[in-house]
Design a protein around this ligand. Sequence first.
Ligand SMILES: Nc1ncnc2c1ncn2[C@@H]1O[C@H](COP(=O)(O)OP(=O)(O)OP(=O)(O)O)[C@@H](O)[C@H]1O
Ligand SMILES: [Mg+2]
Length: 629
Amino acid sequence: MSQRASVLVVDGHRASRESVSDVLTAKGFTVETAATGAESLDRLRHHAFDAAIVDIKLPDVSGLELLRALRTEAPALEVVFITGYGTPQTAIEAIDGAAFAYLTKPIEMEHLLAVLRRAIERRRLTQALRESEERYRLIAENIRDGIFLVDPDGRVLFANRRAEELSGHSQAELAGRPILSLLAPESLARAEERLAAIRAGQDVPPSFEAELVRKDGTRLWVEAHDTPIVRDDRVVGRLGLVRDVTERKRAEAELARQRDTLYQSEKLAAMGQLLAGVAHELNNPLSVVIGHAAILRSTADTSIAERANRIGQAAERCARIVKNFLALARQRPLEREEVSLNQIVREAVELVAYQLRVDDVDVVQDLAQDLPLLWADSHQFHQVLVNLVANAHQAMRETARPRRLTLRTRAAADRRWITLEVGDTGPGVPTRHRARLFEPFFTTKPAGAGTGLGLALCKGVVEEHSGRIALASGDGPGAVFRIELPVETSEARSPAPPRAAATTRISGRRVLVVDDEPDIVRLFVDILVADGHWVETASDGIEALESLDRSEYDLILCDLRMPKLDGAGFYRELAQRRPELLRRIVFITGDTLTPESTRFLEHVGVPMLTKPLTLDDIHRVTQQVLQAP
Ligand SMILES: Nc1ncnc2c1ncn2[C@@H]1O[C@H](COP(=O)(O)OP(=O)(O)OP(=O)(O)O)[C@@H](O)[C@H]1O
Ligand SMILES: [Mg+2]
C-alpha cells in the first residue's frame, strides 16, 4: 500500500478526537477531523477518504443516521463505529447499515489500528474489484464480438450488447435461454454433434461457423469461438465469442463464383480450340454434301429428289451443330448490320412453323410496332432464336395441351434497350438447374437429343452484343427467357452494308471463284452455273489477278486462306489496281480465324460466306452483291 491511507475522525469530544488523530498521524495515516455529522459530510464532499472512525454519539445527529448519510455520499467508504455505551442492538444496526466494525470505549489503540488497517484493506480490495469489473464491462460492452457466458446446461448467464445486436434479443430475453435455441436447424444439428464429441473427450477445433436465427426470423452467419470455463478442475460453463461473418461469406461466395466463371471460360476457350479444329475438318466436306444435295434436289426425279432432300436436311443439321460450335468458340467475327429483331423472330418461327403445328403449339407473336433497329449480327441472332424456340418446343412436348409459345419484343421507354422474351407452357426449369443452365454441355436431355450448347451459344452471342440473357420465370410450370440488348447509338456505327432488296434473282452475270479447294470450287461452279451465271475459277490470289487482267467480273467469291497470295493480299492488290471492284468481292471463311484475319474482315466490312456453306447462304450473299448498284 504505497499511497498513504486517509482517515476521517468524527467525534464530538475534542480530547478523544485529537488523541485518536495524533496516534493515527504518528502511524502514517493522513487524518482529518470533524466534530459534527454535518461537518463530516462537508469534509467528505471535498476529499475521498478510505475510512471513517465515527463516534456514534454526535451533537447534531445520531450515529446511525449519519451512517446512512455517509453511505449515500461515499458508498465505498469503510466506517468504524465507536461508542461508550452501546447496546448489542445498536451494534447489529450499525453492521446492518454496513459499518465495517463496532468498537466500545475505552478504546485499545492497538485494537483500533488493527481494525482500521483491515477496513482500509477491504476498501482497497473492493475498489480494485470494482475497477476491474468496470474495465471488463467496458471491454465486454464495446467489443465487436458477441459474448455469451453459459452455464453447464448451456443456458445464457450473460450476454453483452453486441450479442443483443447479433441475436436481436434483449439481454433480459437472452438470460436463462438455452443458447442452442438461437441456431438455425442445420447449425443446431452440427453444434449438438460437436458438443457430443466434446463430452466424449474428443478434440474439436475451438472455432466453428453457424447460422443464427435472429428474433425477427432473419438469418445471420457467425463464427463462434467456444472455450470451457474451468474451476477446480470442473467445467462450470462455457464462454462463446461470436462474430458476424456475413460479409466474409458473401466475399467468399463471390470469389467462388468468379473462380467458377474463370474456370468455365478457360474450359470454353480450350474447348473452342478443339471444336474449331473439328469444325475446320468438317466444313468443306459438309459444304459439298449440302450443296450437291441441294442441286440434286432441284434437278433429279422425285424419288431421288426426296432422298437428296433428306441427305441435305441431315447435313444441314450437322452444319448447324458446327456453326453452334464455331459461334460458341467465338472464332468468328461479328458481322454487324442494321437488323430488325422482329424480322428475325418471324423468320425463326417460320422455319419451325410446320413442326410447331404438328405438335399443336399456338404461336403468339407479340411484337412491338416501333422497335428500334439493332446493330447486330443477324445470323447469330437467328441462331439464338432458333435455339430458344427449339428449347421451348422440346419442353412443351413433355406437357399436355394447350401449348403456347409466346414471343414478345419491347423497347424501353428511352428506346436505348430492346427486350425479347421467349415464353412457353412447358414444365419450366427446376431451381436446381438454374445456376447451370447457360453452361456449355449442360443438358437434361437424353444423349442424341441435346448437346447442351443451345443456351451457352445464346449467352455468348447476347454478351458479345453487350446484352444480357436470363431465365425470367420462377419455379413452377412455364419457362420465360429474357434477352436485353442495347440499341447502339448511330455514332458508334459504321455504314450498313447494302441489303438485298429485290426479290427476283439476278442471273447471267460473270463470276470469278477463287479457292484452292477443288471440291469447293466445283460446288460453286455447279450452283452458280445452275443459277445461269458465267463462272471462271482461280486457285489463288495471283491467278485471280491474272484473270482480272483478261476479263471483267460482276462478282468475285474469294477464299481467305490460300497459298501464294491469300484473300487479304488479293484484296490489297485489288485496292491498288482496280478499286472499283472491291464492292464486288465476297470472302469465303470457315475455320479458325487468326486475330489478324478477324481484324482484317472487321476492317474491310466485305460480305462473307461462312462454311459450312448452304445453298440459301450462297444465294442470299451473291444476290446481295449483284443487286447492289
Ligand atoms: N424452355 C425450357 N423449358 C424447360 N427447360 C429448359 C428450357 N430451355 C432449356 N431448358 C433446360 O436447359 C437445358 C440446356 O438447354 P440448352 O439449349 O443449352 O441445351 P439442350 O437443349 O439440352 O441441347 P442443345 O440445345 O444443344 O440441343 C436443357 O437440357 C433443359 O433442361
Ligand atoms: Mg437447346
